[in-house]
Every structure is written in C-alpha cells, then in structure tokens.
Design a protein around this ligand. Sequence first.
Ligand SMILES: Nc1nc2c(ncn2[C@@H]2O[C@H](COP(=O)(O)OP(=O)(O)OP(=O)(O)O)[C@@H](O)[C@H]2O)c(=O)[nH]1
Length: 406
Amino acid sequence: MSPVPPPSKQIPVIVLAGFLGSGKTTLLNHLLRACRGTRIGAIVNDFGSIEIDAMTVAGQLGDSTVSLGNGCLCCAVDASELDVFLEKLARPAARLDVIVIEASGLAEPRELVRMVLAAANERVVYGGLVEVVDAAEFDATRERHPEIDRHLAIADLVVLNKTDRVDGAARARLRSALAALAPGAAAVESVYGRVDPELFFDRRPAGERVGQLAFDDLLTADDAHPGAGTCDGSCTGSCDAGAGHPHASYDSVAFTAGRPLHPRRLLDFLDSRPEGLYRIKGFVDFGAADPRNRYAVHAVGRFLRFLPEPWPAGAERRTDLVLIGSGIDAPALRTALDRTPVTDDPADLPDERSMWGVLRYVADVPDVPDVPDASGAPGPAAAEPAMAEPAAEWTGEWTGETVPGG
Ligand SMILES: Nc1nc2c(ncn2[C@@H]2O[C@H](COP(=O)(O)OP(=O)(O)OP(=O)(O)O)[C@@H](O)[C@H]2O)c(=O)[nH]1
C-alpha cells in the first residue's frame, strides 16, 4: 500500500521568540489585528502560573488560541503535547493559514523549533524563527544572557523592536551587531511590533534557507537541552531540567487578589522593586479609585508602564500579576504584595490623588492608524485593539534586506 500523501496545503508554523519583555505579545497582537482575513492560530507559551500573555492576546480568539499553561514548552518531555495543540489548530475545520507559537521569554528557541520540525502532523510545516530584540535592553540582556547570541544565530527574521527608545546612532550600532550575530537573517525595525504582516504570512523563510536550520542539525546538536526528557513541562523556572536555558536561574511569583489594590501601596512596591526582578506583567484592579478601568501593568528592567483599559463586560474584578526575576526572594515579594490591597479601614480608602503616582506611568494613547493596506486605508482590524497600547507610527518597514555576511 502506498503511503498517504501529505495534504497539498501545509500550514506554516512560526516560532516567535525573544527575551522577556522584548515585545512578542505586542507583535502578536499587532499581527492578529492587521491580518486582513488571514486566519492566524496562536499558541501562547507563558511563563508563570497565570497566563497573562494568553489573556492579552487580542480577541482571545476562542478556539484558535491555545495556551500551554504554566511552564516552559521547551521542557516538555517530547513533542507530543505540542502535537496535540497543533492537531487542534491544523484541523481543516479551523481553516487557518498560519500558526504562530509565542515562546515564553525564557524558552530555548532551538528546542521549540526542533519540536515543530518533529511534529507528527503532516498538515503543518515549520515556517521559521522570528527573534524579537528589545533595542533599549539588548546590551544589558546580552551581558546577563550570552546564550542570546545562539538564539539569534538560528533566527530567520530579527525584529529590532522598541526603536523609539534609542537614538539613531544606537540603532545603527545595534543593526550592525545583529548583522554579525544573525548572518543571513532578514532584519526589520519596529515600534510596538508593527511589522509588515506579509513578513509572516506570505514568506516561509526557513524553506528558502535550507542549511541555516536543518532538521538534522537540530536533532544532532551537541548543545541540546541537557535535561530534555526529565521535566514534565510544568516547571516554573526552578526546574533543573532547564539547566543551560535562560530560565534555569529564574523564578516566578504569581499574585492574585480579589480585593482592589491601593494605588499608592502598589506604587511603593514597584518603585522599590529589586534589581533582579526583571519582568512584571498583569492586570490591576484599583477598585473605587478607577472603577471603569483595569490597568495592564508592564515592567521590563527599570521601565514601567500602566495601560488603562475598560473592564471587559462580565470580567471578574480582580488583580493578576506575574513577576519574573533571577535571585529574587519570592516569599518576601509575595508578602510585600499581600500588603497592597485596600483594607477594611475606612481611612485606607484611596482617593483621587492616590492615583497620581500610577498616572505618571500611563502613556498617552494617540489615535493612529495601523499598518495601511495597499489603498492607504487603515487596516479594518485596527479599529478594535484588545489592549490599549501607546500607539506609534509603523516604522517596521520591510526592506528585504539580508544582513551582510548571509
Ligand atoms: N516603548 C516601547 N514599548 C514597547 C514596544 N513594544 C512593546 N513595548 C512594551 O514593552 C512591554 C513588554 O511587551 P510585551 O509584548 O508584553 O513583551 P513580551 O516579549 O511578550 O514579554 P514576555 O511575555 O514577558 O516575554 C509592554 O509594556 C509593551 O507595551 C516598543 O516598540 N516601544
């Protein structure tokens, strides 16, 4: 009997990687909003026990969004878990054109790529590795995590994000550093992840670059995950199986509160956060201090930003935060956070002025169009952002540029 031929149309699976806070979710949100009829399936692999990224991915996508939950996909025993999710997304009824896996900011992209390549599902094909780089934090991150060089070396597309946070000279320097680190990869700059979606939907960079990242290379790589096969995939960062991965030395703290937080006390907590606490993300309920809005909070390094957005209809009023850092005292952080909710003491009720500290970190949200279509009109999906973002002009112009040396 002859083997069953693979289906004619295979769905590219793109791995979207990048260090903590580099802008992966922002970019994925942009793609989902600017897709113009292209059907995208998203797999969000979050780190920490609350799935903040899954909550922020635009529109929630219903059946098309699969969050892998707590832990790091790269630690899964084998690719079977990923296969289950890919199977679900690749079924013909879902009619997807592309699947994007947003890796945890601490995932080892090589492992994720290997898993996609090894996927049993014949309806999917590996579509390339996109590495998002935070222009403002790149040097510091690279110092702490030299393995970033290894990630860039296998990238098919490098997105130099947050270029609004650096000047022209720094941008040029970063571009040439990335050219050396990611030879052969296309490079593109962006602000708030606003890259041309065509880069993701119509191109299959890896297919055209056989040799850069071949299946065999990955299977025989001698620097493979030393602990692969020993972790159940539910690690929260202290798992030994991840030794050698960026997350090996990281811990996460998940904090949930049903009571509103006191703005002043939360600000005190944030202003005094320890150096090693690299990333904070989530949603805050300030209760009576602003009953209309919940506040998305993002801290990356010393950068802090609050983004108010109206509470979704029917959403439970509560606070969910994930804190990720290295060398952090998790119990002490939890104790400090436990002190931030408002108490029953009437004198403790926040007033209007209590919000001033928070408002210092709220960005203006000018009304700018998203990536224009061929007619110059703003994309239709741009009208309904799921998460308020400080908007910025799209500067992620596709240059088709291949970095010298490639
Ligand atoms: N100034 C500036 N901020 C940005 C840009 N892109 C993203 N951000 C902000 O950076 C923070 C982190 O962005 P995310 O998209 O959540 O980053 P991430 O890589 O998904 O983060 P992890 O899931 O923790 O790894 C958020 O506050 C974003 O609004 C940008 O181009 N410029």
